[in-house]
Design a protein around this ligand. Structure first.
Ligand code: IPM
Ligand code: MN
Length: 371
């Protein structure tokens, strides 16, 4: 199979982790006889520095003419700490989501046996966590009208949703629930917000067409609590943009590290794949960042191409690396490997270069010297 992939490495640790995902994709291409062509483009703080624009038109065009987009991360503290900044890296990401019509952000939340000791939950509570968050990505408060009064003392952000916006993502979530454990949880704040009441109404109406799927409705405050108290109750969680942003960060740490989780954003055009973590500027250039979220995003990208065996090969290799301790510092601070060595190990394992007993001298030598 021949595919072109637009690559936006972005800011902070974005380039470091994305390079590892590309390394792994290249190994998959060799092993399974595919050809992946990468087209690098700019977005975020690096794009502002180079062009003054967080999302140059050229980037949108490159993405639209590719078969998929692989994104690292964007963001820079020099903008976070300046509320008066007129241009921000995040504007690039939001505009890209809108331009590519990426209305559904899919964030699978899973835990790994090898990382159980890192979970903030008590032993046993993090077992059997396996759910998927469907976060609406191109509507709601993120994209509503914004105002700031002339005296600068009053500000507002509108949260607007239309039936069509709710229906199109709900359909994807229902369909996914159907091939999973057949349970859908709608998270909203329907006791307070009109927009949430519309979500509930639309989803209730659609439920008739999915009688095989059991539906639960949870207020977002309760959902935040349930994710900690009893996360294994969830199968598919459906929610609006901002609730999904907050809850998916909360859910991601159940696995033991924010660095583990991938995501896919889909819509009516090209799909985009990115780890859910941010640009982690404090770690940039130190090669300590965990590339797993990015590598697993590459696996989701392959699933999207219909290459499920290839995607599962990546997931098996990641499991193997976790089980054998080839991990970055966030997972094992005493015995850590650099970002690129973790990528090498996953990649070499896929290529069959590392036999069963992997703890050889050569590998020991690669151990990170960064403490
Ligand atoms: C995410 C991020 C973005 C969001 C930021 C960087 C705009 O937190 O993808 O979850 O809030 O959507
Ligand atoms: Mn977020």
């Amino acid at each position: 199979m021949k595919k072109s992939i637009a690559v936006i490495k972005g800011d902070g640790i974005g380039p470091e982790v994305t390079n590892e995902a590309i390394k792994v994709l290249n190994t998959i291409a060799e092993q399974f006889n595919h050809e992946f062509e990468y087209k690098e483009c700019l977005m975020g703080a690096c794009a502002i520095d180079a062009t003054g624009n967080p999302l140059p038109d050229e980037t949108i065009e490159t993405c639209l003419s590719s078969d998929a987009v692989l994104l690292g991360a964007i963001g820079d503290p020099k903008y976070d700490n300046d509320p008066t900044a007129k241009v921000r890296p995040e504007q690039g990401l939001l505009k890209l989501r809108k331009s590519l019509q990426l209305f559904a952000n899919i964030r699978p939340v899973t835990t790994y046996k090898a990382l159980q000791h890192l979970s903030p939950l008590k032993a046993g509570k993090a077992d059997n966590i396996d759910f998927v968050i469907y976060r609406e990505l191109t509507g709601g408060i993120y994209f509503g009208k914004k105002t700031l009064s002339e005296d600068g003392n009053t500000a507002s952000d509108d949260c607007v949703y239309t039936r069509v916006e709710i229906e199109r993502i709900a359909k994807l979530a229902f369909e996914h629930a159907r091939i999973r454990r057949k349970k859908l949880t709608l998270v909203d704040k329907a006791n307070v917000l009109e927009s949430s009441r519309l979500w509930r109404k639309v989803v209730q109406e659609m439920a008739a067409g999915y009688s095989d799927v059991q539906i639960d409705y949870l207020f977002v405050d309760n959902a935040a609590m349930q994710i900690i108290l009893n996360p294994s109750q969830f199968d598919v969680m459906l929610t609006e943009n901002m609730f999904g942003d907050i809850l998916s960060d909360e859910a991601s740490v159940l696995s033991g590290s924010l660095g583990m989780l991938p995501s896919a954003s889909v819509g009516s055009k090209v799909a985009l794949f990115e780890p859910i973590h941010g640009s982690y500027p404090q770690a940039a250039g130190k090669y300590i960042a965990n590339p797993t979220g990015s590598i697993l995003s590459a696996a989701m990208l392959l699933d999207h191409f219909g290459l499920n065996d290839e995607a599962n090969t990546i997931r098996e290799a990641v499991n193997w690396s976790l089980q054998n301790g080839f991990v970055t510092k966030d997972i094992d601070s005493a015995n850590s490997y650099s970002t690129s060595v973790v990528g090498d190990m996953v990649s070499d394992h896929i290529a069959g270069k590392i036999p069963g007993s992997a703890k050889g001298e050569n590998i020991e030598l690669r151990k990170s010297t960064i403490i």
